[in-house]
Design a protein around this ligand. Structure first.
Ligand code: ADP
Ligand code: MG
Ligand code: ZN
Length: 481
């Protein structure tokens, strides 16, 4: 029997606020354990949470960018469970009335079509602390708790079960990731856990309307692993059903060492969270004015940028995709176009030499030594024929190393293109005189040899002769007219 895969994703994005969601403690990563705590995030009796306004702003931003409706009124609820990393014995989350609902994202499929994935809801919550399992002689065998992360703001974005393959799930995740990073609401670091994904996976025979029973996969911290985990899980469920068994609803952990998932807890063992409204927090009321104010701060999003690059600037779909994928790169490109006008040339240089150097040196575009001013300065020297496109590569390399302008490099290195016909003429004469056999072949009709002569002259000029003039003079001299 053929089975269809059904996937719904829950993504926890850690919001980039300086302080926690309900207290003033710092959210900085990697600090001394428990150095960023206070009575509120330690859950001490009597301490009261106060909502961080910036958290709400970032949630609105994300909601708008993912086409959600922003709830004018939402409620914080207590999600009760007992675990040592949760000092209060409950997590403050949102349940019945989340801050965002009914959104969607369009993903691009392999076949070139696009598909709309529904976003059920996005709700605010606090993160738990972290258990550290002792690895020193004094601590081995014990577990320690670090509450620096407790009370860090999270926006959990829950999708509809709309994805039908691991590839679609990855496309959705990458799109969502790109958007939150673009917005600056999340740093997007999967390894540090700033962008965490749980994948709900089920299968059903093709044509069946009802969904199958799902398993929820947790603990996956890279796009590659998410794909692997889903693919493994689909195979496991198919084998199970084909073998006469039944999928049970459960939470499974992915193990990146084995590429397999294993049961963590079944539905029977699942917690009854006993959600109820948190009496310590008033309902969150968001005015339409506030929503509109936040809307004005939204940057142009990747899809809109990509379309503009194609439609207004005439780039190929591929170039537009690459340049729009990273906000820094897109801003750099836009700055170049504003200075140089010729968008395609700018795109070619950025897609080629600039990206190559960034990769080679592990630099981000914002920190690269060749600013849009410097790059377009170089392009201007190609356009006005001071240097050839080929010499420009050398100039670019030197600009990257020294941070100098194109003019400074051209001057210092004596790279100015030779357009003086007299100087080129003598090189042309020499090349012709040195290769009588090739001259004869050329005259006998082997036109392609013109390239050979151009090469010789360019070489003799150390690449500085104007190739157009070289060509012209060669043709004239070889044929004697
Ligand atoms: P829970 O709170 O128990 O995780 P939800 O109803 O909030 O349950 O669903 C969580 C996620 O599971 C959502 O992303 C949803 O799209 C997805 N989901 C629900 N049913 C299925 C299913 N049968 N197969 C795959 N995914 C599913
Ligand atoms: Mg869940
Ligand atoms: Zn605190």
């Amino acid at each position: 029997m053929k089975y269809e895969t059904v996937i719904g994703l829950e993504v926890h994005t850690q919001l980039t606020t300086k302080t926690k969601i309900f207290c003033g403690c710092s959210t900085e990563f990697g600090q001394t354990p428990n150095s960023q705590t206070c009575p509120v995030c330690l859950g001490l009796p009597g301490a009261l949470p106060v909502l961080n306004q910036r958290v709400v702003e970032l949630a609105i931003k994300t909601g708008l960018a993912t086409n959600c409706r922003i709830a004018p009124r939402s409620i914080f609820a207590r999600k009760n469970y007992f675990y040592p990393d949760l000092p209060k014995g409950y997590q403050i989350s949102q349940f019945e009335l989340p801050v965002c609902e009914h959104g969607w994202l369009d993903i691009d499929l392999e076949n070139g079509e696009s598909k709309r994935i529904g976003i059920t809801r996005a709700h605010l919550e606090e993160d738990a602390g972290k258990l550290v399992h002792g690895d020193t002689p004094e601590t081995s065998g014990n577990s320690l708790v670090d509450l620096n992360r407790a009370c860090t703001p999270l926006l959990e974005i829950v999708s509809e079960p709309d994805m039908r393959s691991a590839d679609e799930a990855i496309a959705y995740l990458k799109k969502l990731h790109q958007i939150v990073v673009y917005l600056g609401v999340c740093d997007g670091n999967l390894e540090e856990g700033s962008f965490r994904c749980d994948a709900n996976v089920s299968i059903r025979p093709y044509g069946q309307k009802e969904f199958g029973t799902r398993a929820e996969l947790k603990n996956i911290n890279s796009f590659r692993f998410i794909k692997q985990a889903i693919e493994y899980e689909v195979e496991r469920q198919i084998d199970l059903i084909e073998g006469g068994g039944k999928v049970v609803q459960e939470t499974r952990l992915y193990d990146s060492n084995t590429g397999m998932t294993r049961s963590m807890r079944s539905k029977e063992e699942a917690h009854d969270y006993r959600y109820f409204p948190d009496p310590d927090l008033v309902p969150l009321v968001i005015s339409q004015d506030w929503i509109e104010e936040v809307r004005t701060t939204l940057p142009e999003l990747p899809d809109a940028k990509r379309n503009r690059f194609v439609e207004e600037l005439g780039l190929s779909a591929y170039d537009a995709e690459v340049l729009a994928a990273d906000r820094g790169l897109a801003d750099y490109f836009d700055a170049c176009v504003a200075l140089a006008k010729d968008a395609k040339t700018c795109a070619n240089w950025i897609m080629g030499d600039v990206l190559r150097k960034l990769k080679e040196t592990g630099t981000s575009i914002a920190d690269g030594p060749v600013s849009p001013q410097l790059l377009t300065g170089l392009l201007a020297r190609i356009a006005d024929k001071t240097i050839s496109g080929k010499i420009a590569k050398t100039v670019f390399e030197k600009m990257w190393q020294s941070g100098q302008t194109a003019d400074q490099v051209i001057e210092a290195e004596g790279l100015k293109q030779v357009t003086d016909t007299g100087a080129i003429e003598s090189l042309v004469d020499k090349a012709i005189a040195a290769h009588p056999d090739q001259v004869a072949e050329y005259l006998a009709g082997k036109d392609k040899l013109i390239g050979f002569f151009v090469g010789k002259v360019m070489q003799a000029s150390q690449g500085k002769a104007n190739p157009g003039i070289v060509n012209q003079l060669l043709k004239k001299k070889l044929t004697g007219n």
